[in-house]
Ligand binder design. Structure first.
Ligand SMILES: O=C(O)CCC(=O)C(=O)O
Ligand SMILES: [Fe+2]
Length: 216
């Protein structure tokens, strides 16, 4: 028997409640992970990952791109959704059907049926990259949940309260795990601790996170 101190995938499946309207779905995307990884390669050819600048002038440690009708962007003028990729001037690539299906199924499994995301933000983390506590609040419609899918290296997801200073739960997320938050939990602060270097067998020293939203 080998003792796996740092498993790279969840060994259990099922719904873990982290709030009245917030759930971790262990291993939810595992069966589709190869398809998702293949799709990223094609997407990043058309809309490369890039480090954006926050309105405060900081370079994000996470590199991002988008697919779907709307893509989330940030620059010195602020945070917003755009139909065109500011770097290429082209529309963001279409959201692959496999992404849409996965997001809808994850939302439904968490009790949010009828979710139709129009935006998929794709974040790429390398060791040391992090995301500070924030609310997802640039969307027009807060009645739809957020669906987040993780691939690659493990991360510690912070799930806080409705005020920035509220104590945040530390939730380990592994390759294939999904998190869904909506309803009364839709505006909860969340973030990601700086990633440790625990290379993933397929993706190496990176973590890819997909965040599906109804933005428009
Ligand atoms: O990478 C994650 O797990 C969270 C990403 C996130 O919260 C965001 O992009 O708004
Ligand atoms: Fe977020």
């Amino acid at each position: 028997m080998t003792l796996d101190l740092f498993p790279c995938e969840s060994t259990t499946t099922g719904l873990e409640a982290i709030g009245p309207g917030a759930f971790v779905l262990r291993g939810f995307a595992l069966a589709q992970s190869a398809e998702l990884i293949a799709a990223i390669t094609e997407l990043e050819r058309r809309a490369p990952f890039r480090h954006m600048t926050t309105p405060g002038g900081f370079r994000m440690s996470v590199a991002l791109t988008n697919c779907g009708t709307l893509g989330w962007t940030t620059d010195l003028q602020g945070y917003r959704y755009t139909t065109l990729d500011p770097q290429t001037g082209q529309p963001w690539p279409d959201m692959p059907d496999a992404f849409m299906g996965l997001a809808r199924e994850a939302a439904a499994a968490a009790g949010f049926s009828g979710f139709v995301p129009d935006a998929c933000l794709i974040n790429r983390y390398v060791p040391g990259a992090r995301m500070s506590l924030h609310q997802d609040k640039n969307e027009r419609d807060f009645s739809a949940p957020i669906v987040s899918v993780s691939l690659g290296m493990p991360a510690v997801f912070l799930f806080g309260g409705h005020a920035r200073g509220d104590k945040a739960a530390r939730i380990p997320l592994l390759h294939g795990d999904a998190v869904v938050w909506g309803g009364q939990d839709r505006m909860r602060y969340h973030g990601v601790l700086p990633l440790k270097d625990r290379p993933h067998p397929v993706l190496g020293s990176q973590r890819i996170n997909f965040t599906f939203r109804k933005a428009g």
